[in-house]
Ligand binder design. Sequence first.
Ligand SMILES: Cc1cc2nc3c(=O)[nH]c(=O)nc-3n(C[C@H](O)[C@H](O)[C@H](O)COP(=O)(O)O)c2cc1C
Length: 311
Amino acid sequence: MMDRTDRHERYFLRLISSRALFYTEMVTSDAVLYGNPERVYAFDPAEHPIALQLGGSDLVALAEAAARGAEMGYDEINLNIGCPSKRVSVARFGACLMADPVLVASCTRAMSDAVDIPVTVKTRIGIDDHESYEDLSHFVRIVAEGGCRTFIIHARKAILSGISPKENRTIPPLKYEFVYRLKNDFPELEIVLNGGVLSLEAAAQHLEHVDGVMIGRAAYRDPYLLADVDRRFYCDSSLPRSRHQVIDALKPYIAQRLEKGIHLSCITRHIMGLFHGQPNGRAWRRHLGENACRPGADFAVIDAAMAELII
Ligand SMILES: Cc1cc2nc3c(=O)[nH]c(=O)nc-3n(C[C@H](O)[C@H](O)[C@H](O)COP(=O)(O)O)c2cc1C
């Protein structure tokens, strides 16, 4: 998620679940090719397993960017066909490409030819008037013929003009039945459902119909939601860290990043939800929000926020 799942957020979440697959924010192929790698797509080895999500529609640029991602050590390259932003549509990538499955198939083919890791697609169930199940299954069939085996489907269509990207995540209704039906019609494909999944209970129910579930906003709002993922979905019997242990484990990372000149708030903005729903969780959040942005803020701010949790 743009401006959310950056490397600090992913490092933090990895301390909560060691198995869940994480995705980067969407990065354009040009940003990968011409940007500063350290800023654009570098990650910490602790973040594995991790997928690099690319945006673009230029075959050569996408193939080259995918190759750079694979060289960097990513476990998967994902192509974004779900972003409804006008800016993105003008640049001819994101959700507007659902109207051109042949181009998407060529993109994923070019990317797959450039790497030895899986190339996957994240898409919507439709765009504008192309919103029937037949439109969706046509898209998936053509792209699968291009070699893509895994589709992550945000179960609402995108409306490409007239509403904002934010409204595009709430206004079009969720149609989970389309995603279930896809799995039924394409049993050989890996179908991952996304959109409006708020709990692991809900994820478990969807998993009776599909191969995987992607959780976005709920995990950002309440990251400790992921604490039971390893045990529940990966048969991993190791005990998850407690919330306090997560903070302890994050300390060396924060120290290392502060030393590199990263501002404390770049990290703490992602951990504000850690005590979501817990006693004094709001005081924790407030303390971090008010103090981590001050010049020279360091770990003392986190220690003081922890003290706010003591009842
Ligand atoms: C702030 C924000 C940024 C997002 N950025 C991306 C993105 O870069 N790539 C992407 O595939 N989806 C992006 N999304 C969409 C989410 O990945 C997800 O598809 C959507 O929020 C529905 O899932 P959820 O209900 O679990 O959040 C973004 C969502 C939000 C809220």
